[in-house]
Design a protein around this ligand. Structure first.
Ligand code: ZN
Length: 281
């Protein structure tokens, strides 16, 4: 396996969101020598698209992803259309700030529904509806499968195999504008993970790797992700599969951690991310 390369380490702003706004996150990443920052639409729109782009350029930061498009399943046609329209605006915003992709978190069941197959069909139809605009804009849509525990409320796409199947269905071999992101916390448990990472690599659809860890017994489903090295995930193995599959993009630290990392000084958090990236990943 190749050694870690600090130039590939990126931060997701959610990791420092309690203490830093977007401007501070951009300046902080640059101060610590990071070259990539994944950003959220609400923060970008609060700062302004033009100002965001200007600051990113000034600090020579690339944006692996703008977060996010979705959720797509909804109880009626008007709400489904509104979700697609919002995601189409997300494509334009991603273009405006020079992001490499728009991340899709596709959504769970509509309120009151038990129709899982129906929700999955809504997701497929929404992404199909977005692809022509993504192609015209030259923007990649990055599907992130979430852990199955989030199937009801956050993502009816719960494995990389399912995400790959959807890419096959919507784009076949071309895979020019629809790809996948692998998040260690969301996918580490999957016995098919190696096979599916290599499959995604063969189609040129690997768009990101999110770094975090799984505490032996997480205190909260979504807000207790571990720092790399503090949990049970064999990160070098997953990173090795990504290398083998030809992934050359950023390794992005994404810590949803309400009671631990969000409470710490972001400058310390980034220093620890850098150390752990060099020693654990
Ligand atoms: Zn993620």
């Amino acid at each position: 396996m190749k050694p870690t390369n600090p130039a590939r380490l990126a931060l997701n702003t959610v990791t420092v969101k309690e203490r830093w706004n977007l401007r501070q996150a951009i300046e902080g990443c640059a101060r610590h020598g990071l070259r990539g920052l994944a950003v959220w639409r609400e923060d970008v729109n609060a700062l302004g698209l033009a100002e965001t782009k200007k600051l990113l350029d000034e600090h020579r930061l690339a944006v692996p992803a703008l977060i996010r498009g979705g959720p797509f399943p909804a109880i009626d046609a008007a709400a489904r259309k509104a979700a697609i329209d919002d995601a189409l605006r997300g494509i334009d915003e991603a273009v405006a700030i020079g992001a490499q992709s728009l991340l899709l978190v596709v959504g769970g069941l509509p309120a009151g529904s038990r129709d899982l197959a129906g929700a999955r069909a809504m997701v497929r139809d929404a992404i199909a509806a977005m692809l022509p605009h993504a192609r015209a804009a030259g923007m990649k849509l990055a599907l992130e499968p979430l852990h199955p525990m989030f199937c009801a409320d956050k993502s009816v796409i719960t494995s990389l195999e399912q995400a790959n199947d959807l890419c096959d269905e919507l784009e076949g071999d071309s895979s020019a504008n629809l790809g996948v992101v692998i998040d260690a916390y969301q996918t580490w448990w999957d016995p098919m993970l190696e096979r599916e990472i290599l499959r995604a690599g063969r189609h040129g659809r690997l768009l990101g790797l999110h770094l975090d860890d799984w505490h032996l017994a997480p205190a909260h489903m979504s807000l207790d992700r571990g720092m790399m090295g503090d949990g049970v995930i064999n990160l070098p193995v997953i990173r090795g599969w990504m290398d083998e599959a030809g992934f050359t993009g950023f390794h992005e630290v994404e810590l949803f951690s309400a009671n631990t990392w969000w409470k710490r000084d972001p400058d310390e958090v980034i220093e620890i991310c850098k150390q752990r990236y060099a020693t654990v990943c």
